[in-house]
Every structure is written in structure tokens, then in C-alpha cells.
Design a protein around this ligand. Structure first.
Ligand SMILES: Nc1ncnc2c1ncn2[C@@H]1O[C@H](COP(=O)(O)OP(=O)(O)OP(=O)(O)O)[C@@H](O)[C@H]1O
Length: 300
């Protein structure tokens, strides 16, 4: 295995109000590979992304970039350079793009800032090349504005913009959860192809563990700020060891009280709470009231 590009060691975050968002998290991102960070709302995924992009400072633990401790990185120039090499792709591509600017402008601007080797014609050619790389048709889209694009096209433009500065790491926070179900897989396919082709280390943040299989070689499951299970994605999905991973895989909608916990029916949210206290004896009695353990559902 290669040396990690980005690594965390016992990364922890306690907010001033006492909320413990992350607790001793160890993650490693490698060139050309993806790590899926999976967990439900509130598990600490966004906090982790903010710490990795230096939008927040951890309470304790370390962040290493190419082996160098950058936890205390400060100074405008250092931070700007770090944010160039570690790019974010956000959940909402509409909010991430400026409604007043064309697609061409969104891509030419980072090139003007970070690629002094390119003249005007060189930038124009690079803008086209970036659009082609994210599987968009440059001729028809160059002069369009964000509101004239579909959600999937907008997310591809966001991705092209991240690529424009030649990053070593991309942190994609729920990049497809606001997109139409029918196009999610093709966007994930593009992400997975690009990270391999351009040797980018990708952190794919998602609440949907099933999608990790399409993107990420490794998966880490985050529960209440702790990594409760991690390893090769296929092993985590096909042979989950932690009850929380099984619960995520069971994909039970949070309707009614589908879990039987020792005789009383409880909701999915209560089932998650119970799991934080220990595995216990959870039985899924969802639609049809056919009693099935979470393990049986995973096996089905
Ligand atoms: N600025 C803050 N101040 C206090 N607590 C916070 C702050 N930001 C997040 N938290 C808390 O930290 C925990 C983790 O939140 P975080 O947003 O990282 O989770 P998440 O997995 O990204 O969830 P979501 O998918 O809903 O964004 C939660 O309990 C949340 O309430």
C-alpha cells in the first residue's frame, strides 16, 4: 500500500457546548483510492470534513498531509495552498455554484489563479478538457448558467472545478444525495474513474452504505463520532461485524415501530439509541410483522 496522502490520528472534536462530535478517529486516504465514510445524520461526517479542510480545529488528535503534521496549520498562504490540494465537493451543487456566472467562468477562474503557466487560449482549452473529463459536452454547456443545467450537470461542473486546481485529495460530502436516483450511479462512476485516472485520494461521505460499493475500496462506519467498523468495502458490506453496520444495511425505513427490543416495539431511532448502549437483542418486525433479526435481513 502507498503512503497515505491524508491521515488522521485519534482525531477528536468536542464543541464548546459539550457536543462530542468525533472521538479518536483514525482514517487514511491513499492516492488513486477512495475511502467511504458512512453514517447517519449526526454521526460526525460533516465535522470530519470540516476538520480535514481546516474549517474547524480539532480538540485533540493530529492531521497529517503527506506525512507532515498540519493540525496547527495557520497563515493565509499556507491555508490557501492546503485548500487547493484538498478540495471539497458539496451535497448541493446549486448552492456551490454562482448563479451569475457561466460554466466557463466557474472553471476559468481557478485556472487563472492556480495555473499561471496557461495563457488565455491555454485556459480555454483546459476548460474544455475538464468538461470532457466529467463527461459533459463543452460546446453546448460552456456559456450556460447554473439554472440552465440539470442537477447532475451542475454536480459535474462542481467536480470539474475541483479538478481544475489539480488536487491531491477530494472530499465529497454526500455528492449524489440531492440528485435524481436515476443519475446517481453515473455520477459515482465518474468520481470513481477520475480518482483512479488522476491518482486522487477520495473521501466519499455518505449516509447510504450501499453506494460505497460503487466508489470506495475501503469503508469506515461512523457511529456517534466513533469508527465502529472499517476495512475493505466488500468485507464491510458482505460481512458486517458491528450491529450498527447491520442496521445501516437493513435499510429499514423509520416508519412506525419496526423493532422489537425484548418485548417492546420501538422505532428505528430508538433502535439506534439502544445500539449505542450495546448490541442487545434487536428483532426487526417491519411490514407484514414477519419477525426477522437484523442478521436475517442482512442475509436475505
Ligand atoms: N457547531 C456545532 N456546535 C455544536 N454541536 C455541533 C456543531 N456542529 C455539529 N454538532 C454536533 O456534532 C454531532 C455531529 O454532527 P455532524 O454534522 O458532523 O454529523 P453528520 O454525520 O455530518 O450529520 P448530517 O448528515 O446531518 O450533516 C451532532 O451531534 C451535531 O449536533
Amino acid at each position: 500500500m502507498t503512503t497515505p496522502v491524508l491521515q488522521t490520528e485519534k482525531l477528536s472534536m468536542v464543541f464548546p457546548n459539550g457536543n462530542k462530535a468525533l472521538d479518536a478517529v483514525d482514517l487514511s486516504l491513499h492516492p488513486g483510492r477512495a475511502l467511504a465514510l458512512v453514517g447517519e445524520s449526526g454521526s460526525g461526517k460533516s465535522t470530519c470534513a470540516k476538520l480535514l479542510t481546516h474549517m474547524l480545529r480539532p480538540t485533540s488528535g493530529r492531521i497529517l498531509f503527506q506525512g507532515r503534521d498540519i493540525t496547527g496549520l495557520s497563515g493565509r498562504r499556507e491555508l490557501l495552498e492546503y485548500r487547493r490540494v484538498v478540495q471539497m465537493v458539496f451535497q448541493d451543487p446549486f448552492a456551490a455554484l454562482n448563479p451569475a456566472h457561466t460554466v466557463a467562468h466557474h472553471l476559468a477562474r481557478p485556472l487563472a489563479l492556480h495555473r499561471p503557466d496557461l495563457d488565455r487560449a491555454g485556459r480555454g482549452a483546459e476548460v474544455r478538457a475538464l468538461l470532457t473529463q466529467v463527461e459533459l459536452d463543452a460546446d453546448s454547456l460552456l456559456h450556460r448558467f447554473p439554472h440552465e443545467l440539470s442537477g447532475g450537470q451542475r454536480q459535474r461542473v462542481s467536480l470539474a472545478r475541483a479538478l481544475a486546481v489539480n488536487p491531491a485529495v477530494i472530499i465529497a460530502d454526500e455528492p449524489t444525495s440531492m440528485l435524481d436516483v436515476s443519475i446517481r450511479l453515473s455520477v459515482l462512476d465518474t468520481l470513481q474513474r477520475l480518482k483512479a485516472e488522476r491518482d486522487i485520494a477520495l473521501l466519499y461521505i455518505t449516509h447510504d452504505i450501499a453506494t460505497a460499493r460503487y466508489v470506495a475500496e475501503e469503508t469506515a462506519v461512523l457511529f456517534r463520532g466513533r469508527v465502529v467498523e472499517s476495512g475493505p468495502t466488500a468485507a464491510v458490506i458482505d460481512g458486517p461485524r458491528h450491529p450498527y453496520t447491520r442496521l445501516l444495511l437493513s435499510a429499514v425505513p423509520d416508519a412506525g415501530r419496526p423493532f422489537d427490543a425484548g418485548g417492546s416495539l420501538i422505532s428505528r431511532a430508538d433502535a439506534v439509541r439502544r445500539l449505542s448502549e450495546g448490541p442487545g437483542d434487536l428483532v426487526y418486525v417491519g411490514p407484514g410483522h414477519k419477525a426477522r433479526t437484523v442478521d436475517e435481513r442482512v442475509a436475505a
